[in-house]
Design a protein around this ligand. Structure first.
Ligand code: ADP
Length: 373
């Protein structure tokens, strides 16, 4: 008996050694969640006695984490599922450090919980590194936004520079024609005519850029797809160079309304239809643009802008900012179009047609206020 007792004491000593040496704080509780044992590390970290911990254990948690941790703990006790939380725990010196706490129940052969065992690991260093990484990422994305703005400004400056330089040249010419002896009024008049034309061009460019970046909150309302499309096409046709191309539409009459900001969605279709017309430019075939619309089973209205133009080399890259194949293009139309659609909870994607040309698909959720038939 004496030998067995010594052996048992040795075992107990060994086990205690393991518990106290493991670099984590160990605990156990009764099936009801009352603490039955806390490792020495735990008590030292908290700077409390076991009795004090039993009475005021939750107070060691950061006030912001207390409620959630307690809920998770008592849910585990109630359901018998593992306990697994990350929270801040106050050290004896008052510093809060991040801990990962886990607990598992020990069951008897009948599945009844006899005891809960758990541990809490200090993950403060890792958590700090994660936070640092997140901050760095945020800073990087701000930096990349600034770079984008810089790139954008350069491309706007480039677009505006052209008409402005032409204005300058013609203004100087007009001045020279007037200073001639006798003044050449016919040439002066022609120069002023060109100045006006180029200034109008610059103004149009500005308007276009403004429309693209019209900021402020979206003003969403129930809108008719057909009305929006009709008006967008009319707008595109105001451009004399685009008027020649016929744009047809085939829109289901039963289409439900969509919940959108009319101006933004019009801008989107103006972009898509303008691109479609430009893609058919210089093609040997007669240009054909068709807008089709239908409702899907997912309660989305899909509008397709189909052209028989050049088609697309890459159906995804074109949505990146500053990707353009046009001499005077800015390459932001599709990038902005996609962000408009996504801000409306929809999707915008492009495909090549089997018989040539491209199709741009706009999927927008139907107004949730209405039933879909
Ligand atoms: P931009 O029109 O200023 O070039 P976008 O972002 O609107 O800018 O378009 C990016 C590029 O995508 C275009 O330069 C063109 O190469 C391609 N693209 C857009 N729409 C079509 C289309 N319907 N057919 C063929 N290519 C297209």
């Amino acid at each position: 008996m004496k030998k067995t007792e010594t052996a048992l004491q040795m075992r107990e000593h060994e086990l205690l050694g393991i518990i106290e040496t493991i670099p984590a704080m160990l605990w156990s509780t009764s099936p009801a969640g009352e603490p039955t044992h806390l490792s020495q590390r735990f008590l030292e970290y908290r700077g409390t006695s076991f009795e004090e911990f039993v009475n005021r254990g939750w107070e060691g948690l950061h006030p912001d984490d207390r409620e959630e941790s307690a809920k998770a703990f008592f849910r585990a006790i109630e359901t018998g599922e593992s306990y697994n939380v990350i929270h801040r725990y106050r050290r004896a010196d008052g510093e809060y450090r991040w801990h990962h706490s886990m607990g598992e129940p020990l069951r008897d052969p009948h599945g009844k919980i006899i005891q809960w065992y758990g541990l809490s690991i200090d993950i403060d260093e890792r958590k700090r590194a994660e936070n640092h990484l997140r901050d760095t990422r945020n800073k990087l994305s701000t930096a990349s936004k600034i770079a984008t703005v810089a790139e954008l400004s350069a491309s706007i400056a480039h677009e505006l520079n052209q008409p402005l330089m032409a204005v300058l040249g013609n203004a100087q010419a007009a001045k020279r024609w007037l200073a001639a002896n006798p003044p050449d009024l016919i040439e002066t008049n022609a120069s002023i005519g060109r100045i006006l034309r180029d200034l109008r061009l610059a103004d149009e460019t500005m308007q276009r850029i403004r429309a693209l970046f019209r900021s402020g909150p979206y003003k969403k309302r129930d809108e008719s797809v057909l009305d929006i499309i009709r008006e967008s096409i009319r707008f595109v046709h105001e451009d004399p160079k685009k008027r020649q191309v016929q744009v047809d539409w085939s829109i289901e009459s039963s289409l439900p309304p969509i919940w959108v900001d009319r101006i933004q969605i019009q801008q989107l279709f103006i972009n898509l239809v303008s691109n479609a017309i430009e893609a058919t430019d210089g093609s040997a075939n007669a240009a054909r643009i068709l807008l089709k619309s239908f409702v899907t089973q997912e309660h989305e209205v899909v509008v397709q802008v189909i052209d028989n133009g050049t088609g697309l080399q890459d159906t995804e890259k074109i949505f990146d900012a500053f990707v353009t194949t046009k001499e005077k293009g800015m390459g932001i139309g599709l990038a902005v179009s996609r962000s408009i659609v996504e801000a409306h909870g929809g999707r915008l994607w492009a495909e090549n047609n089997p018989d040539g040309g491209a199709t741009f698909n706009v999927a927008l959720p139907v107004s949730s206020k209405r039933e879909v038939h």
